[in-house]
Design a protein around this ligand. Structure first.
Ligand code: HEM
Length: 416
């Protein structure tokens, strides 16, 4: 697949003739305050989504510190080809497609109007939809480094995750050579993106597992209303904000001194599919629920405090409270950027909701980040109500710099 010039390809918007109406709507939305939300008496409406495009090029990949969208489609791929040149060409083709899709454009020559004898370049289901803040973020799993002569390029920080107490991991929902995280405000835009990348990759890579998510469970924009997880608690209150340059540098982005050079400006992502025992939780008293987190359910304030953003006083919480154990003070100052989503995949054979948190967290160092905190959570009161059933870790390379750059260039070319 080759990339064609932007002006020869219709944007999703122009294809259905948004014209003036679209612009007017966008202008109102950008001004804020038009979104309707299901409000309790005490809840402010959330800021309106603009449906705009998020920049694809930059020093870091989008989809990490950029504002969290509402929907997720996360896919892990296995590599099928042994031909390095073929794999590199696929990464270039993926980049070209990602550049277009994040701008709200069709892949290649579009979904119709081309050669009648060939399948169209784009599958078409996102025609007419806005860019929806689509971000596409790629990662390379530990197993990729056993292929294509990459063994000596594997970062020391990309360690295999150890087995943690309580893990019940399903191999078919774990690991992978590559991952692509697609986040958007419209689920169809996210699913379209993964589907088209999988299609371009056919014969070279295949999807190993994928996860749909909704209702972001964390925020990188602290001024926005904090979202709630499926247990009904505000989640993401004390996250790293996308504007906290110093903390991003300290805890999220790989720095020059960290090495390897090809990862500078990148990060590491840990994905955990965490099943919640929803029915058990729903029969638990409010007091117990609040004790489990160390925060109250309504406001989200830490124990003994009045407001959500008040500084937690850890000693006022039960020793096994989630926040007390996850807090940086309990983890040698360490923390991570959480970017997870809720999921509900129907019901299991016993009539229970197959639901939980698809936990995603970005960090500069996996051992000092996720592994340290997850080990400390071994005595977490929350463990009675959850189980980790899927797991993966990936090295997330730096951003694509410009129109000539491509995903994975710093790994596959000698110059960083
Ligand atoms: C289903 C599983 C989980 C649920 C429902 C959950 C929920 C929550 C909630 C409600 C909070 C308080 C609000 C906030 O500051 O965001 C919180 C905080 C936090 N959680 Fe979790 N969490 C889960 C799993 C994990 C895991 C696996 C980790 C990391 C290994 C983790 C790390 C953290 C951290 C670092 C904080 C912030 C602590 C602080 O600085 O006060 N959580 N979580």
């Amino acid at each position: 697949m080759t990339e064609t010039k932007d002006d020869t390809n219709p944007s999703r918007r122009s294809l259905i003739g948004w014209g003036g109406a679209g612009l007017a709507l966008g202008a109102v939305a950008a001004g804020g305050a038009v979104a309707m939300t299901r409000t309790g008496d005490d809840v402010e409406p959330t800021a309106a989504e603009t449906g705009a495009a998020v920049a694809f090029h930059g020093a870091n990949q989008a989809g990490i510190a950029t504002p969290v969208q509402d929907r997720l489609h996360f896919a892990a791929f296995d590599v099928d080809t042994t031909d390095r040149a073929e794999f590199v060409q696929m990464l270039k083709d993926w980049t070209a497609a990602a550049r277009r899709m994040t701008a709200g454009k069709t892949v290649g020559d579009g979904a119709y109007g081309g050669l009648a004898e060939a399948p169209p370049d784009d599958t078409g289901e996102a025609l007419g939809l806005k860019p929806s803040r689509l971000t596409l973020t790629i990662g390379f799993g530990p197993s990729l480094f056993a292929k294509f002569g990459l063994a000596d390029r594997r970062p020391d920080a990309l360690v295999d995750l150890p087995k943690f107490a309580g893990d019940a991991l399903d191999a078919s929902r774990s690991n992978g050579d590559l991952c692509v995280q697609a986040c958007a405000d419209d689920p169809q835009v996210a699913v379209h993106a993964i589907r088209n990348l999988a299609r371009i990759g056919m014969g070279k890579v295949s999807i190993r597992w994928s996860q749909l998510g909704f209702g972001k469970t964390s925020s990188t924009t602290p001024d926005a209303q904090t979202p709630r997880n499926l247990m009904g608690f505000k989640d993401g209150t004390r996250n790293i904000a996308g504007t906290e340059t110093d903390r991003l540098k300290k805890f999220v982005w790989v720095g020059e001194k960290d090495g390897p050079e090809w990862m500078v400006g990148g990060s590491y992502v840990v994905a955990r599919r965490i099943r919640m025992h929803i029915e058990t939780w729903d029969r638990t008293s409010l007091q117990e629920q609040e004790d489990v987190f160390g925060r109250d359910k309504g406001e989200g304030a830490p124990v003994g405090k009045a407001k959500e953003r008040d500084e937690p006083f850890l000693k006022a919480m039960k020793p096994d409270a989630h926040v007390r154990l996850a807090h940086p003070d309990a983890n040698h100052g360490s923390t991570i950027l959480r970017r997870g989503y809720s999921f509900t995949d129907g019901t299991d054979g016993l009539g229970r909701l197959e639901a939980g948190l698809f936990f995603l967290a970005y960090m500069r160092d996996v051992s000092n980040g996720f592994i340290r905190i997850q080990r400390n959570l071994a005595t977490d009161a929350l463990n009675e109500y959850i189980q980790h059933v899927g797991s993966a870790v990936f090295a997330v390379p730096p951003g694509v710099r410009d129109k000539d750059d491509w995903w994975g260039r710093t790994l596959f070319s000698e110059e960083a």
